[in-house]
Write a protein of this length. Structure first.
Lengths: 225, 225
């Protein structure tokens, strides 16, 4: 794989950031812990519905509106303000502990590193600024500048164009199977980060490589060169 | 609206069937009640991800696989068997009480009635057989025979072709805003069934008509003719 691979594209939410603290923040705000997962699934559902019709809206806008409705239905006080606060806290999450060393190792090997998120590019900026990793990344990209969200093929094409490479010269690293699926359909190489040991959905395009920690990624890439 | 309107296309799950008993069945199976909503949102998320890449899988297959994972994570015994049983119970739900009279009134007015579901056509068959309504419907359609799921435009085009009309001569009636959005983008007329009094998402194409009960639909159509 390493022979023709130029650019490694990282997804951000859940792939690099640890979203598990979100559930506690929901509880602190008076909402049930499970609502964090329901919110994220519903937010992606509507974003993907837009992608399926060739439309798009901003992640934060969809997220805040859906969360307001969920909090209101659950009887939480000041649903709109609470939704805004919880939604913006996605930008204030820790990196998974396996991220910094793996990023530095991959960069030291000579790969060009970028991120591509369905959210705002600012989320990756914040994550890396705190961890002192911003300098390892060439570009922090968002689908806000692409025609549609991931997993629509135009989102990965946009990243390839911004990097000046062909899709086949890019590897997408993501924790979400739907992202692996879209990248594979778009002609990218793929590595699935499966920290929880989950089964891979049978109905989605399979990853080329699977790692249970980003720490395995450098050797996974070397092994397939 | 009635002048050029030939065919009324009904969505099935939640639009005609009352899905609220599903939550009780989850509890009876040892799963938390909220899992019903999380399951349905996650199932649609993955189905829409496939639609965004021009792919498709069967609703029951995605649904059973996702539910198995959710039940397993929640420590429910026999997750696969329980998932299969719960997923198939979508075909065994009551109609909303406002459905039968409205269907008969619309048919008596001369509209041609069909259904279009992301699930199996058999679900609508079961619903109508029990309620003695099957004879009111010309066709019960499923996206299983279309190129992609709703809200992809090809799903509504498929329904128009099967009915031998243009998209503009069809009205989609649906409880889900993402369905209204897709139909509007596909050139159909749209009526949103908002039984719960929810706000309409600002980021989706708006419905031409909104009713809080199907009982209002005949007069809503007459009023816009």
């Amino acid at each position: 794989m390493a022979q023709t691979l130029e650019v490694i594209v990282f997804d951000v939410n859940e792939t690099l950031s640890d979203m598990s603290p979100i559930a506690e923040r929901f509880v602190e705000a008076g909402a049930p812990a499970y609502m964090a997962k329901l919110w994220f699934a519903t937010l992606l559902r509507d974003g993907f519905a837009l992608a399926a019709t060739g439309d798009a809206a901003r992640f934060a806008d969809i997220g805040t509106e859906i969360l307001t409705g969920l909090l209101e239905a659950a009887g939480v006080a000041d649903p709109e303000g609470t939704a805004r606060r919880l939604a913006s806290s996605v930008a204030d999450l820790p990196l998974h502990p396996d991220v910094p060393d793996a990023i530095r190792a991959l960069r030291a090997t000579g790969y060009r590193l970028v991120t591509l998120t369905n959210g705002a590019a600012q989320v990756a900026e914040n994550l890396f600024a705190m961890a002192g990793l911003r300098g390892e990344f060439e570009q922090l990209l968002s689908v806000e500048d692409a025609p549609a969200w991931k997993p629509h093929p135009s989102s990965y094409r946009y990243a390839a164009q911004r990097c000046g490479v062909r899709e086949q010269e890019m590897l997408l690293v993501a924790a979400h199977p739907w992202d692996i699926h879209g990248a594979a359909r778009g002609g990218l190489r793929t590595a699935w980060v499966n920290r929880a040991g989950a089964p891979y959905p049978s109905y989605l395009a399979r990853p080329e490589a699977t790692v249970t920690s980003l720490a395995q990624l450098p050797s996974a890439l070397a092994g397939t060169s």
